[in-house]
Design a protein. Structure first.
Length: 205
């Protein structure tokens, strides 16, 4: 499903990720762990194709990001830790935009998450007027409603209220029955609810 070979990334002469390789071939939830500054966000961004590695290769469903980028990205959906959305877009416009560029979309799941996350009242609010937590909810809806084989989530539980956490947990567990989910999550209290186990955790040193 997802394979990384020899990934490396340096910033200012310092190796953040150095010759890192891993492969996931079965559905389930897998966690990237590590101390602050270990490179978790950098690694997830490279796995998603959002950040180019200095060396190494990533493939999704047998399609290499370097040589078959569009084919690889069709099978992948990514939610970064930040919120890189144009501030003048509303939540409704953002979801419509993401839906328009995806090959597949689960409209039923989108509607369920909008309701469970308490987003109906914010659909027409611009991103520059949303709280971080509400903006993150729209990012998660767009990511999880995409019909993908691989989902990459960077700290998806951040800034979520209890009701939204429950909806996220249930959605992740359901998707993980047939899809691969690779995520980071520093909140140990969330691991069991998200289906994370020690056997499916890779720790960056």
């Amino acid at each position: 499903m997802l394979k990384a070979v020899g990934l490396s990334k340096r910033y200012g002469g310092r190796a953040v990720i150095d010759d890192w390789s891993c492969a996931w071939s079965e559905p389930g939830v897998h966690r990237i762990a590590g101390a602050n500054g270990a490179g978790k966000s950098t690694l997830l961004a490279m796995l998603s194709g959002a950040l180019a590695p200095d060396a190494g290769e990533v493939s999704v469903g047998g399609e290499a990001l370097k040589t078959s980028r569009s084919g690889a990205l069709r099978g992948l959906s990514y939610c970064p830790a930040d919120c890189p959305v144009f501030p003048f877009l509303s939540g409704r416009e953002w979801l419509a935009f993401v839906r328009s560029v995806r090959g597949g979309w689960n409209g039923g799941l989108m509607d369920e998450l909008i309701a469970a996350f308490g987003l109906p009242a914010y659909l027409d609010t611009k991103f520059d007027r949303l709280s971080l937590g509400t903006a993150r909810k729209f990012m998660l809806v767009a990511t999880l409603a995409a019909d993908a084989e691989v989902y990459i989530l960077d700290e998806p539980t951040n800034a979520l209220d209890d009701a939204s956490l429950e909806a996220l947990q249930a959605t992740v567990r359901t998707l993980a029955r047939t899809r691969l989910i690779v995520l980071s999550c520093h909140e140990a209290s969330q691991h069991a609810a998200l289906g994370i186990t020690a056997e499916k955790t890779v720790t960056l040193s």
